[in-house]
Design a protein around this ligand. Structure first.
Ligand SMILES: NC(=O)c1ccc[n+]([C@@H]2O[C@H](COP(=O)([O-])OP(=O)(O)OC[C@H]3O[C@@H](n4cnc5c(N)ncnc54)[C@H](OP(=O)(O)O)[C@@H]3O)[C@@H](O)[C@H]2O)c1
Length: 187
């Protein structure tokens, strides 16, 4: 079991809608690495000692630059990533910087849920990392109801609440809202 000394946390793309989840993770972390293109402009999580938090401006398409940072700050006990391109080499790189028994959460858009698409591909790849607890958080949509004549995308609050729940309780695949019927997604 990790001692508090070992709780290194990695956040990639978590300075937007995932900010409440970053704050939630920071409360458990002894060291947090926060990566985004403008990470240094992001207000550090409240109440977190300065020495436990580090932000670096990096474009995640620059895999070499991300690798240098992961080498310097890992291995990680927790990682929360919201990476929009498929970026398979980057995703593998992150998995390789997880500590045994660490928890990696990948947040994905709705299209990742299609059969054989990113979520299935990543699940198959992560089978080669049995020592890592791997969670997928797929962002779906909210169907029509009495109050709304059309479906809608999720709110930031719905997304962040789901991410906080997965940080506390890992789950192989969580769909926030719905992804079926696919034709009913917002147009
Ligand atoms: N199914 C759904 O309901 C669904 C799915 C997806 C998105 N959305 C909606 O779409 C809207 C926009 O989403 P968004 O992606 O802009 O989310 P966001 O969480 O607001 O911002 C994207 C995050 O990724 C970082 N980022 C983006 N490109 C990067 C790069 N090349 N390298 C490093 N970091 C990078 C951003 O920081 P920097 O800008 O500093 O790099 C930020 O931390 C949101 O309002 C959300 O509600 C809805």
């Amino acid at each position: 079991m990790d001692t508090p000394k070992d709780c290194r946390s990695l956040m990639i793309g978590a300075t937007g809608m995932l900010t409440p989840a970053l704050h939630h993770a920071a409360a458990q972390a002894t060291h947090m690495l926060n990566l985004a293109r403008h990470a240094t402009q992001f207000t550090p999580p409240p109440g977190v000692p300065k020495e436990t938090y580090e932000a670096h401006d990096v474009d995640y398409e620059n895999v070499k630059a991300v690798e240098q940072l992961l080498n310097a700050h890992g291995p990680f006990t927790t990682a929360l990533t919201w990476i929009q391109p498929k970026a398979l080499p980057l995703r593998d790189l992150i998995a390789n910087h997880m500590r045994p028994q660490g928890h990696l959460i990948e947040v994905m858009g709705s299209a990742a849920s299609r059969p054989g698409a990113l979520a299935d591909q990543r699940r198959a790849t992560m089978a080669a990392f049995p020592n890592i607890t791997y969670s997928q958080l797929i962002l779906g949509f909210m169907p029509k109801d009495e109050t709304s004549p059309t479906s809608r995308w999720l709110t930031h609050d719905e997304i962040a609440t789901a991410a906080c729940a997965i940080l506390d309780t890992p789950a192989p695949r969580t769909i926030v809202g719905h992804v079926e019927p696919w034709e009913a997604r917002p147009q």
